[in-house]
Ligand binder design. Sequence first.
Ligand code: FAD
Length: 396
Amino acid sequence: MSTAMNIDYFVRNQTEEKLVTLADSLAERFYERAAGYDLSEETSFPFQNFKELREAGYLKLTTPRCYGGDELSLYQLVLVQERLARGDGSTALAVGWHLGLIHHYRHINVWPHPLFEQLCRDVVEQGAMINHFSSERNTGSPTRGGRPETIARRTTSGWLLSGRKTYSTLIPILDRFVVTAFVEESEQIGHFYVKKQAGIEIDPTWNTLGMRATASHDVILDNVFVPDDAYVPTSPTWSSDGNGWLLHIPACYAGIAYAARDFALKYASKYQPNSLQTTISKLPHIQQRIAQIEQDLMISRTLLYSVADRWDRDPEHRTRLQPELGLAKKVMIDHTLRIIDNAMRIVGGASLSRDLPLERWYRDARAGLHNPPMEDAVDRLLAMRALAEFERDDNE
Ligand SMILES: Cc1cc2nc3c(=O)[nH]c(=O)nc-3n(C[C@H](O)[C@H](O)[C@H](O)COP(=O)(O)OP(=O)(O)OC[C@H]3O[C@@H](n4cnc5c(N)ncnc54)[C@H](O)[C@@H]3O)c2cc1C
């Protein structure tokens, strides 16, 4: 792993320089292990990476300061996650759910105070982690509004949950997680903070093209108990921050795109076939592809960081930013796919080799299309807002 981009104009001050130095040092080590975790026959979970994240204090980066965390802004979260993903996309995406959710919970203020405080203290003192499992086989992406088939039934002191969750990223390392379930009693969708206990089983279904080391297996819940104070019904409050935390996803793919760009530049600057008097970097068609990569990376990063900065600076209007937040993700994924494609075309047939990282980045980047928000949902938000504005102006 090298750093061909010497000056990163999105690093604005000394605090952010320290943060990227921390993320870079972890990324360098993770890069060395990424192929091993990715290629193992039974996809394995990068426990060693998470041990190092914990020791480096990375897991508490978004936890509120009052509980001992670093309370990173959204912009800073994007910055560290992009750097980490340059080393290993799977590890960055997986830890991104945890960091992003703590950031989200910090801003939407829905969990009972003692529960959130205990979670934060466990993150700081024990390196605990969290993720939210909403996806199910028959509901698909939760962003489409399907009703969970996981059911919550009332008991005298709480709830019993039964069902199966798909795409449960981080599950091998979690001792707690949040699930969405249909509450029979109220016919509402609710969120339940679940502690690991008897009745929870991991079905190791995750054998995918990309993001293999996220270990996003299925989780089966069979009459799992949740106390009353660990349940929160769905309400508009859940998206009162515009879901800015989901920017951890484009941040991850920005890191992968950067890594591919870096690799292609290095390769083109060194490779000199015996049919040429120069390296391939001097050839016009190679330079044209490099220019396209630069353009794609600059446009998508600029959009990503500007939306994150606007989110940080304008707390009153975060819900209104949702179309831009979604667009930043959509553009980043499209550009990352094209950047990797161009990087592979520059390198040529060697890019297909499993001895090089490009084919892994190519596979990992595909997963971005199926992380939230989905592109059809983003398109709908953009179109609906434009039409609403137009129709309002027309009626005035
Ligand atoms: C690497 C990775 C990690 C993930 N980690 C997590 C996690 O930690 N927690 C979690 O909860 N989820 C996670 N997810 C799951 C993700 O958020 C989605 O739920 C999942 O990818 C399924 O989305 P989908 O769009 O493919 O599915 P579906 O919603 O089933 O869509 C499949 C197809 O049908 C179409 N379709 C279906 N319903 C509609 C509709 N109502 N309107 C329009 N079109 C429709 C879609 O356009 C699409 O073409 C992860 C996904 C990946 C790839």
